[in-house]
Write a protein that binds this ligand. Structure first.
Ligand SMILES: NC(=O)c1ccc[n+]([C@@H]2O[C@H](COP(=O)([O-])OP(=O)(O)OC[C@H]3O[C@@H](n4cnc5c(N)ncnc54)[C@H](O)[C@@H]3O)[C@@H](O)[C@H]2O)c1
Ligand SMILES: [Zn+2]
Length: 384
């Protein structure tokens, strides 16, 4: 019997729009996105809102209803307001609630789920949408810095299970992403800051000029100025999107994940701190650790390593937490990182500002030294 070889390819295209006041009646961005397909009849929308966003924007549900009415878009029900933050990915009942609503209101593959919220809510709602009818159209409206420059713009959706992050999930590109900068004004200080860690990360491995821009803007970013933040989000989103489109592995079949610079430790620190640390806060520490390590193995110049640490500190990140001293508990992160990607351990390190490289083996002794240096630096800071 001869094997039949099946082969086809699919082209994906979606817009990541940047706007302010997306639900102001005169703003066409979202309506255009929902009308792009030119299906018969008005577009049908099930809206899902992050509870944290709903609290910060009490009029949001009403504003959305007006917006959709003004644009002849059929909002099939009151927006579902669901818990945001990591809790949303830990409760298997929540995707089920979205799917129950998809079922109850006849949302089909030509209808839309419009999800408004942080990266966690978007991951969860995206998973629900991607698995209902094997995939209904999803419009993401990210409301945090991290979600606008990273979590909300890519192809990954998922929830946590068995104590592991993103254990259950699916690669599914969204129909579109609409980033509304206005939402960022109500973020608490930690969420405003933590999303910037991903920008520093991608700048360090890909784009020196971007790193230098962040360095120069650090005080203004810390002071919550909008103009440099918009610039940061846009460039960071651009680099992430370019990686997905041009990196050769959008659905991560390989073992390489160059954009996960600083992440093996970050994921572990999030777990070890029982999620006291936000993702971005843990990423900043993970970046610091891998930067110092890159210096210790002689790949990164000392002055460059110092610039990275100073930039993170200028943005307001703390670069040492007691969990770093966990030794074996911390280094389990390397094995978990390998397991999540499958295949060979691949860690991204730095050989210059804007220049990452990959390695398949690391020296734990040097990592212990890197931890000690970060600790020492933190003590000096307090003493200063
Ligand atoms: N899918 C991906 O590619 C990808 C990439 C990176 C991270 N992630 C995931 O993203 C999640 C983290 O996302 P996050 O950093 O956006 O935080 P988050 O979603 O956990 O939100 C943090 C808090 O802010 C609240 N909030 C959200 N927007 C707000 C606003 N505008 N005003 C006031 N409060 C607001 C939320 O309710 C929540 O309490 C993690 O679960 C992580 O695994 C996914
Ligand atoms: Zn990250």
């Amino acid at each position: 019997m001869r094997t039949i070889t099946q082969s086809f390819s699919l082209r994906y295209e979606y817009g990541v729009a940047f706007t302010e006041g997306a639900f102001a009646a005169g703003n066409p961005v979202l309506a255009d996105v929902l009308k792009r397909a030119q299906d018969r009849g008005p577009p049908r929308v099930l809206a899902v809102i992050d509870e944290g966003v709903a609290r910060a924007w009490p009029l949001l549900a009403d504003t959305m209803a007006h917006y959709f009415a003004a644009h002849a878009i059929d909002l099939v029900a009151e927006p579902l307001v669901l818990p945001g933050g990591e809790a949303t990915k830990n409760d298997p009942g929540l995707p089920a609630r979205i799917q129950a609503a998809i079922n109850a209101h006849g949302i089909c593959r030509h209808s839309y789920v419009v999800a408004v919220g942080g990266g966690a809510l978007l991951d969860m709602a995206g998973y629900a949408a991607a698995t209902a009818h094997r995939g209904v159209r999803l419009v993401r409206m990210p409301t945090t810095v991290l979600a606008q420059n990273d979590a909300g713009i890519g192809v990954k959706n998922g929830v946590n299970a068995f104590g592991k992050k993103n254990f259950v999930g699916v690669f599914a590109p969204p129909w579109a992403v609409v980033n509304d900068f206005e939402f960022l004004t109500t973020l608490d200080e930690r969420d405003w800051r933590s999303g910037m860690a991903e920008a520093v990360k991608v700048a360090l491995i890909r784009d020196r000029a971007f790193f230098e821009r962040i360095e120069a803007d650090a005080q203004r970013l810390r002071a919550r100025e909008m103009a440099p933040m918009q610039r940061l989000i846009r460039r960071c989103a651009e680099l992430h999107l370019a990686h997905i489109a041009q990196g050769g592995d959008p659905f991560e079949h390989g073992s390489r994940r160059p954009l996960d610079f600083g992440h093996w430790a970050a994921h572990r620190l999030e777990a070890l701190s029982a999620h006291r640390l936000r993702h971005g806060e843990a990423v900043a520490i993970g970046i610091a650790l891998d930067t110092v390590y890159s210096g210790l193995i002689g790949r990164l110049a000392r002055e460059d390593a110092e610039r990275v640490l100073s930039c993170l500190e200028a943005l307001g990140f703390e670069l040492y937490v007691p969990e770093l001293a966990g030794g074996p508990a911390l280094f389990e992160g390397l094995e978990q990182f390998r397991e999540h990607l499958g295949g060979e351990l691949t860690v991204t390190l730095l050989e210059g500002l804007g220049q990452g490289f990959e390695t398949h083996s690391v020296e734990l002794e040097r990592y212990r030294k890197a931890v000690a240096l970060l600790r020492h630096r933190a003590i000096e800071e307090v003493g200063a």
